[in-house]
Design a protein around this ligand. Sequence first.
Ligand code: BF8
Length: 672
Amino acid sequence: MAESKKEKAPKVCDPKEASIDLGTQELLARAQKMGIDTVFDRAVNMKPCAIGMQGICCKNCSMGPCRLPLPKGGIEGEDNRKGLCGATANTIAARNFIRMIAGGASAHSDHGRCVAEVFLSAARKETTAYQIKDTEKLIAMAPHLGVATTVEVDGETKDREIDEIALEVAEVAIREWGKPEGELLYLKRAPKPLYEKWKKQGVLPRNIDREIVEIMHRTHMGVDQDYKNLMKQGTRAALADGWGGSMLATDLQDVLFGTPYPLQSEANLGIMKEDHVNIIVHGHEPILSEVIVAVAQSQEMLDYAASKGAKGIQLGGICCTANEMLQRHGIPTAATFLQQELAIITGACDAMVVDIQCIMQNLANVAKCFHTKLITTHPIAKMEQDNVIHIEFDEHHALEDAKRIVKMSIDNFANRGADVMIPPYKTKQVAGFGVESIQYHLGGTFRGTYYTLNDNIINGRIRGIAGVVGCNNARTKHNDGHIKVVKELIKNDVIVLTTGCNAIACAMEGLLTPESAAVHCGPGLAEICETVGIPPVLHLGSCVDNSRILLAATEVVKAGGLGNDICDLPAAGSAPEWMSEKAISIGHYFVASGVYTVFGVTLPTSGAPVFHDYISKEMEKIYGGKWDLEVDPIKHAHLMIAHIDKKRKELGIDKARERVMMDMASRQALEA
Ligand code: BF8
């Protein structure tokens, strides 16, 4: 009888198979004992849709969804698959792919827009919570927006008032989202041959919003039905992200909150403290977290916490908010994307304050099992569950909002249950690198340039440069791909620039310390790290800070000896555990900037082999960069190393690993 049938209990994950991190394993076991499901368990119970995963399900009109499964043995001869309207597998996969670019580019760029709006308020002095902090960076970025930093007075050149520069920068920057004509101003920061390539291909973005809107139009039923033409628009929007929205977000944040500089901190859930009020800030925009940091460190709040029996206030970050608070203030990193539910499962999280992006809705369900206050703060990111508190954050009353949030967290300290379990694992990390600090560290005391870095690449101590970035994905073992790829690269003398959740994974593994070089690096890279005192993996910040990698690569090109364009460099990109649309946008602006870019897990293109070949083979002929997919982390790293070696050979430096310091004359000879 139906009633007597027992409901099958959902399966749970094997914690040891789910993550390489001990603390994560212990908290997963605790969650399972308490009957609380996490993303790791849900991944075991829900299989991904095989057709969607391959990129060949079209739901852009209500005659569908049309599904075009790829036959098991592949396709012999002509591919006759088509949807009701006749859309081919290539059209469908390309449309889906560029809609992902649109999603990612809009997330990064809307974040940038919010920063630009706050920047404008600060420049107009409409808010006291934010001020222009880094005037040097302001002066450095202004010319790229066509803003003069000097003024002629009676035939004499004088410095312009900082307030005046800030206001004009704010006004010009904000127009980049919607100006009616022209092209994005930052595109000219790219090496000239790259800019010319984009121009020739007709992919120079006009303004940020327009390129995203045009993707939505072109992928509407019955518009663009040529995968190459669709990818052209995907390229425009991705470039509008990397060299537009993201780059503006990074620059404006640096001017408002300070350009990061290397500092020491800690990482992993073990940073939470049983006798402190634990406030976890999660999301992406530093607009909120900057003020929370200031308020939580104020004497007023520390006294208030003490009055409630707490020894202090421990702030911790998750996802890219973690990276933002870390790189400017040394606030410890609590967790990667996949550990967010676990931060609450410690039982010690008095408040989790979230803004935008990468926030799982299940946090609300987990918070219901504990005393944790889950606070949403952004008008565009609310949750339907009734235990979620919404405190809308606004730059005009930022201090009051932050005080209310911190006070609420302190008041909640007393409501903690007895059963607290903070895993005792945390590691030291050095973070806060950027274009400016790499120049300082690797440029030598007197030079302050990229010459020394280039010399060491040319002489082979450093074999090449890798940008390893991106998310966690519950379909693959947490942090396993990140760590194996990065360790294999540094073992082979490839220096790694990292951002996002890869940076957090590396921090948790102890790879962001100078000492790790002696343990994990090949002899050349180990020697450099030891001499200069840097880690072999340089943490460049959050996902919008991937723009720092683009600019660092441009500086390497400018320093000479390694070709004329980013695609000439012995460099490669990687996202071993990606999951977000933002990763597709990032991947594509790297590819379109000339970088060979390898993704792990899966690519939503495998169901359309012709389209897949287009982005993973043909595209290299157009932009110098291309996509690739490799699930095995060691093979993944070796694809990157093989590409780096190919570039070394093309540059004529493949035999240069005998480590001779290059002077200017030898560098010029190489270029000739
Ligand atoms: O923007 S790496 S999981 S946190 S999307 Fe999200 Fe991915 Fe983490 Fe930052 Ni980036």
